[in-house]
Design a protein around this ligand. Structure first.
Ligand code: SDX
Length: 428
């Protein structure tokens, strides 16, 4: 392939360099286009626009491929644990035993949050959505650790900030749940693993021991791995652009939490369960709801269906759908909503509207059914997504910093009023 693209505009022809990645994806580098032609490109939602070069995650939407640092998601979900995957995403290689032990120990010893942060929780209404609490709490961490605000970001300060955030997010998440229930906070324990600690902080009551079920721990660990990164999705792009101003890691991740909250993104896992419950309450008339999803005059969308990149299947949805069967079977749970979801998927995938648009179940379609079986309340589902996505957001932020990427500042095409003179109020 030629090293350049040729662009002809009117009488003028411009040569634009091509850049090709390790999986043979090719992009037109338009970095100098405006300087040569005074012309920019425009692509609302960046559907066909690359924002960066990245070595973290590779997706192939047509083939349903997802790899973290080259390792297929199917192998990582089956054989690795979440701490290993977090290390892989952030530092680029699978850790050896010594590296994993050091990483895990460092995180274990940073799980406590400053006692003063408990006052923040007390100020929130009991019914506050935990994503609103989480976004605020994550940004507030920067006020307790001012050294994290150093834009020069020496590597040891960065590692400490990264480990603190990985360690404290589960504590903040669990305490937002305890606050909503008016239950006493449960402190992290250094003798528990990452998932065990979170479950213990979520569900232990002072009056009794909380029995940690390995089935639940393994299911949660697998879900966190499946959510750990997904290249330049809405929230990861948000983290990168906020971080590009040299805002600190906590502020950048807080922005990512806010972006994830939206129902078109991570908030979909909560919206899916609410949708399935509504369909069940409505008598399970699938065809009625499929028709609503297809009706352009109806704002209803089949939540958990469709994806910007995957146009055949989301490999994570396949793994989660099987895990849902396994977990509910092992826990002896019969959730009618799982059967409803499967029936809905079967009908939609035979419908021309969905097939023609490449709309298939995405990561959010079945995940809520497992979270529910684990005892996680619906409003906490997107918080669970954030817990999983945290290492990916951190990896994306770290790569952007290490690559010395410029501050993100897109251009625009102006469509407003042309120049006009001020008119005094008496003459309007
Ligand atoms: C996540 O980017 C990522 O990687 C995200 C994520 C990650 O790991 O970070 O994978 C996580 O966010 C998964 C997506 C969760 N969101 C949902 O499940 C919400 C429902 N899905 C959609 O709203 C939608 O599919 C998106 C937002 C996921 C993708 O939207 P796009 O790529 O902008 O596509 P579009 O809205 O332009 O839709 C194309 C067509 C349109 O119809 P036409 O105008 O061509 O006639 O498909 C239709 C849409 O109306 N369509 C749907 C639909 N999704 C798209 N119609 C009904 N139900 C749906 N769910």
């Amino acid at each position: 392939m030629s090293e350049h693209a040729k662009l002809t505009i009117g009488e003028n022809e411009y040569e634009l360099p091509l850049t090709t990645g390790t999986e043979n994806e090719t992009a037109i580098d338009i970095g100098k286009l405006r300087g040569q032609s005074k012309i920019i490109t425009i692509d609302p939602g960046f559907k066909n626009t690359g924002s960066c070069k990245s070595a973290i995650t590779f997706l192939d939407g047509e083939k349903g491929i997802l790899r973290y640092r080259g390792y297929p998601i199917e192998q990582l979900a089956e054989k690795a644990d979440f701490m290993e995957v977090a290390y892989l995403l952030i530092y680029g290689e699978l850790p050896n035993k010594e590296q994993l032990t050091t990483f895990h120990d460092s995180i274990t010893h940073h799980t406590l949050v400053h006692e003063d942060m408990k006052q923040f929780f007390e100020a929130y209404p009991r019914k506050a959505h935990p994503m609103g609490i989480l976004a605020s709490m994550v940004c507030s961490l920067s006020t307790f650790y001012p050294e994290s605000q150093d834009p020069n970001r020496g590597s040891s300060a960065v590692d400490l900030t990264i480990h603190r955030l990985l360690a404290k997010l589960p504590t903040l998440a669990a305490w937002s749940y305890k606050h909503s229930k008016s239950h006493p906070y449960v402190y992290p324990q250094n003798d528990l693993g990452y998932c065990e600690n979170f479950l213990n902080m979520m569900f232990k009551m002072p009056t009794e021991e909380y029995e940690i079920d390995p089935v639940i721990v393994n299911a949660l660990d697998k879900l966190l791995i499946l959510h750990a990164d997904h290249e330049q999705n809405c929230s990861a792009s948000t983290v990168r652009i906020v971080g590009s101003s040299q805002a600190n890691l906590y502020a950048s991740i807080s922005a990512g939490v806010s972006a994830l909250w939206g129902p078109l993104h991570g908030g979909a896992n909560q919206a899916v369960i609410e949708m399935l419950e509504a369909i069940k309450e409505d008598g399970g008339d699938y065809q009625k709801w499929i028709a609503k999803a297809k009706d352009k005059n109806d704002p209803f969308r089949l939540m958990g269906f469709g994806h910007r990149v995957y146009k055949n299947f989301d490999p994570r949805a396949r793994i989660i759908k099987k895990a849902a069967d396994d977990v509910l079977d092992k826990l002896g749970i019969n959730d009618p909503v799982l059967d409803l979801a499967k029936n809905l998927e079967e009908i939609a995938l035979k419908d021309e509207y969905f097939v023609a648009r490449g709309l298939y179940p995405n990561v959010d379609f079945y995940s809520g059914i497992i979270y529910r079986a684990l005892g996680i309340p619906t409003e906490m589902f997107t918080v669970m997504f954030a817990l999983g996505r945290l290492p990916g957001w951190i990896a994306q932020w770290k790569e952007m910093v290490e690559n010395g990427e410029p501050i993100g500042r897109p251009r625009q095409i102006y469509t407003g009023a042309n120049a006009r003179d001020y008119v005094s109020i008496d003459n309007r």
